[in-house]
Design a protein around this ligand. Structure first.
Ligand code: ADP
Ligand code: MG
Length: 559
C-alpha cells in the first residue's frame, strides 16, 4: 500500500521528538491519556450547546490494556473520535493541535479543562512503539478509519469497522535490548504506577483489568487468581475540593499517598487563588527533619500540575531555600508550558505563584507560633536551623520575613523565646539584646562572662549552633535593639563610678599583669583588671566584631 509521506518538516520534527524532547520516556502514556480525556471533554462541551446530545458522565471512560504475548498496549477512549480528515490533519501533520483549534472555536464556552495545545504529544508514543495504530470513529459518523504508522516513513489510512464512537490506540511496543528496557510498558504493575503518577487526577475513570488473588473456595490456605476491572486514578483532585468538605485526615491521607514524607504533617495549607494568576495548592509542613535534609542530596521542590496533569515532580522555583522543608503540590491552568510540557517556557506566572506561596507559608508559621506554641516548637526543633541559615544567606529580603520566626534559648526562661518576647521583657535601662555562645546550655550557665549581665537582671540568649551568631550578625538589630555578645569588651552596662577599676588598683597589680602578659605572649592582647566578675577569678573577652566562638567556627571552615 502507498504511504502518504509526512511533510518534510514533520519528518524532521518526528525524529527530533523521538530522540530528544522528552526526558522521561514513560510520559507517552500521560500524553495518550490526556488526549483521551480531551476527546471525552469535547463531547461534554458539545453537549452543553447541542440539545440532541446528552452527556452522562458514567458512560465515559479510558481503558488501558496490555498484551504481553503480542507486545501491544492499547488505550481505548469513548471520546469524540476522529473523522478521516481529522486523522489526516491531526495525526498526519505534526505540531497541529486539533484540541487547540477546538478551544479557540469554543472560546465562549468554558473549554479550559482541555489539555492539548501543541500537537506533538501523540508522537511521543514512537519513543516506545515500533508501530502505532489508531482506530477511530467520530461522533455522528458510521464509518471508522484505521490510521497506522511505523514512524518516519509516513502513515496509511483505511476504512475499518468499529462498533462505537471513540478511539482505540494500539502501540506495538519495541523489543527490549541490552541497554533499553521496554517491557515495563507491558507490565500491569508498572503501568498502574505510571498512570497513578501522571494521570491520577484525570476527571474520567482510567480502567485496567488487573490480576487479583482471593482465597480458593473449599481449599483452606490456597489462593486463586482472577481478573478484575479496576479504576486506577482517583479522579477528583483533593485540591479542587472545598476546604470545608475536607478533614485533617483527608489531608494526612493525601500526604501519605503522595509520599511527601513518612511522618505525619504538622500542619497543612490549602490555597485557592483566583486572581492575577489562578492556582490551587496544598502545602505541608512536616513534623520531622528528613534524614538527608541538611545534606547536598536533599532536593527541595513542590509537585507542579497543569490542569491536573503532573508536569514536574519537584519544581524548585516554587520555594525559597529557607522554606525548603515545605512539601506539597501546586496546580495551575495558567502556566506557559514548553512543547514537552515538562518545563515552563517563561516563569512569570511561576514567580507570582512562588511569591504568593512564600507569604502564605510565613503567615501560617506565624499563626502557629501564636496559636499553638507547642506545635511551633516541634517545628522549630526540626527546621529552625534552616530559618537561621535563611537569615544568614540572604540578608536583604529574608530578614523581614524570618526574624519574627526565630527562637533562641533564654537564660531566664530556660526555654525557647522569640526576639519579640525578649524585647517585651527588657528592663527599661537595658540597651542591648545579650547573647552568649557556647557548646551547651549547661556550660553557658556557668560562663563567667554572663555574670555581670545576669546580675543586672538581664536575660541572655544562649547560642549553641554555629549559625546562630552569624545569623544575628546579619540581622544586626531587632526592633532597633542591637545584639551584644556577653564576651565583648564593652558590655554597654552602666556601672557605678566607683566600681570602675581605678588607676591605683591597676597600678598595684601591674607587676602581676606584666608577668602574665609575658607568659601568654601572642595569645592575648592584654591582661587587665575587670569589675565584671564576681564568682570567677578570670574571663576572656573579645575586642572586635568577631567573638571568640565565631572565630572558632571560621577557623574550622575549610578554605
Ligand atoms: P495536542 O494534544 O497537544 O493537541 P497531540 O499530538 O497529543 O497534540 O494530538 C494531536 C491532535 O490529535 C489532538 O489535538 C486531537 O485533535 C487529536 N487526537 C489525538 N488523540 C485523540 C483521541 N484519542 N481522540 C480524539 N482526538 C485525538
Ligand atoms: Mg495531546
Amino acid at each position: 500500500m502507498d504511504k502518504t509521506p509526512f511533510k518534510a518538516e514533520s519528518k524532521r520534527m518526528l525524529e527530533m521528538m523521538i530522540h530528544s524532547i522528552y526526558s522521561h520516556r514513560e510520559i507517552f502514556l500521560r500524553e495518550l491519556i490526556s488526549n483521551a480525556s480531551d476527546a471525552i471533554d469535547k463531547i461534554y462541551y458539545k453537549a452543553l450547546t447541542d440539545s440532541t446530545l446528552t452527556f452522562d458522565k458514567d458512560n465515559y471512560y479510558i481503558k488501558v490494556a496490555a498484551d504481553q504475548e503480542n507486545r501491544t498496549l492499547t488505550i481505548v477512549d469513548t471520546g469524540i473520535g476522529m473523522t478521516k480528515e481529522e486523522l489526516e490533519n491531526n495525526l498526519g501533520v505534526i505540531a497541529k493541535s486539533g484540541s487547540l483549534a477546538f478551544k479557540s472555536e469554543n472560546e465562549s464556552k468554558d473549554g479550559h479543562d482541555i489539555i492539548g495545545q501543541f500537537g506533538v504529544g501523540f508522537y511521543s508514543s514512537f519513543m516506545v512503539a515500533d508501530m502505532v495504530t489508531v482506530i477511530s470513529r467520530a461522533l455522528g459518523s458510521d464509518t471508522a478509519y484505521k490510521w497506522e504508522s511505523s514512524g518516519v516513513e509516513g502513515y496509511t489510512i483505511v476504512p475499518t469497522d468499529k462498533d462505537s464512537v471513540g478511539t482505540e490506540i494500539i502501540l506495538t511496543i519495541k523489543e527490549s535490548t541490552e541497554d533499553e528496557n521496554y517491557d515495563e510498558y507491558l507490565d500491569e504493575y508498572q503501568l498502574k504506577s505510571i498512570i497513578k503518577k501522571y494521570s491520577d487526577f484525570i476527571r474520567y475513570p482510567i480502567k485496567m483489568d488487573v490480576t487479583q488473588q482471593r482465597p480458593k473456595e473449599g481449599s483452606e490456605g490456597e489462593y486463586e487468581e482472577y481478573r478484575e476491572e479496576q479504576t486506577i486514578n482517583s479522579m477528583v483532585p483533593i485540591w479542587r475540593k472545598n476546604k470545608n468538605e475536607l478533614t485533617d485526615e483527608d489531608y494526612e491521607n493525601f500526604y501519605n499517598e503522595k509520599r511527601y514524607g513518612f511522618d505525619k504533617p504538622l500542619t497543612h495549607i490549602h490555597i485557592s487563588v483566583d486572581g492575577a494568576v489562578r492556582y490551587n495548592a496544598i502545602l505541608y509542613i512536616p513534623e520531622k527533619t528528613p534524614y538527608d535534609y541538611y545534606t547536598k542530596e536533599y532536593e527541595k521542590g513542590l509537585e507542579l500540575y497543569s490542569n491536573g496533569v503532573l508536569i514536574m515532580s519537584k519544581s524548585p522555583d516554587l520555594l525559597p531555600d529557607y522554606y525548603s522543608f515545605v512539601k506539597g503540590m501546586v496546580d495551575s491552568e495558567d502556566l506557559s508550558l514548553n512543547i514537552s510540557r515538562e518545563i515552563l517556557q517563561q516563569d512569570k506566572q511561576l514567580k507570582l505563584i512562588a511569591k504568593n506561596i512564600k507569604s502564605k507559608i510565613t503567615s501560617q508559621l506565624l499563626r502557629m507560633l501564636k496559636d499553638d506554641r507547642e506545635k511551633y516548637e516541634v517545628f522549630y526543633k526540626s527546621f529552625g536551623t534552616q530559618l537561621k541559615y535563611g537569615v544568614y544567606s540572604d540578608f536583604g529580603s529574608n530578614k523581614d520575613v524570618l526574624q519574627d520566626l526565630l527562637m533562641f534559648y533564654s537564660s531566664k526562661e530556660k526555654t525557647m523565646v522569640t526576639l519579640d518576647e525578649y524585647i517585651a521583657r527588657m528592663p527599661e535601662d537595658q540597651k542591648f539584646i545579650y547573647y552568649a555562645s557556647g557548646e551547651t546550655y549547661e556550660r553557658l550557665d556557668r560562663l563567667p562572662q554572663t555574670e555581670l549581665v545576669s546580675d543586672k537582671g538581664y536575660e541572655i540568649l544562649y547560642f549553641i549552633e554555629d549559625v546562630d551568631e552569624f545569623a544575628i550578625k546579619m540581622l544586626m538589630t531587632y526592633k532597633e535593639k542591637e545584639f551584644k555578645s556577653v564576651s565583648s569588651g564593652d558590655l554597654g552596662i552602666e556601672t557605678d563610678e566607683k566600681q570602675e577599676p581605678t588607676a591605683q588598683e591597676a597600678d598595684e597589680n601591674k607587676a602581676l599583669f606584666d608577668e602574665m602578659n609575658k607568659i601568654l605572649g601572642d595569645k592575648v592582647k592584654e591582661v587587665r583588671i575587670s569589675k565584671r566578675l564576681k564568682n570567677h577569678p578570670v574571663c576572656l573577652t573579645a575586642d572586635g566584631e568577631i567573638t571568640i566562638e565565631m572565630e572558632k567556627v571560621l577557623k574550622a571552615m575549610p578554605n
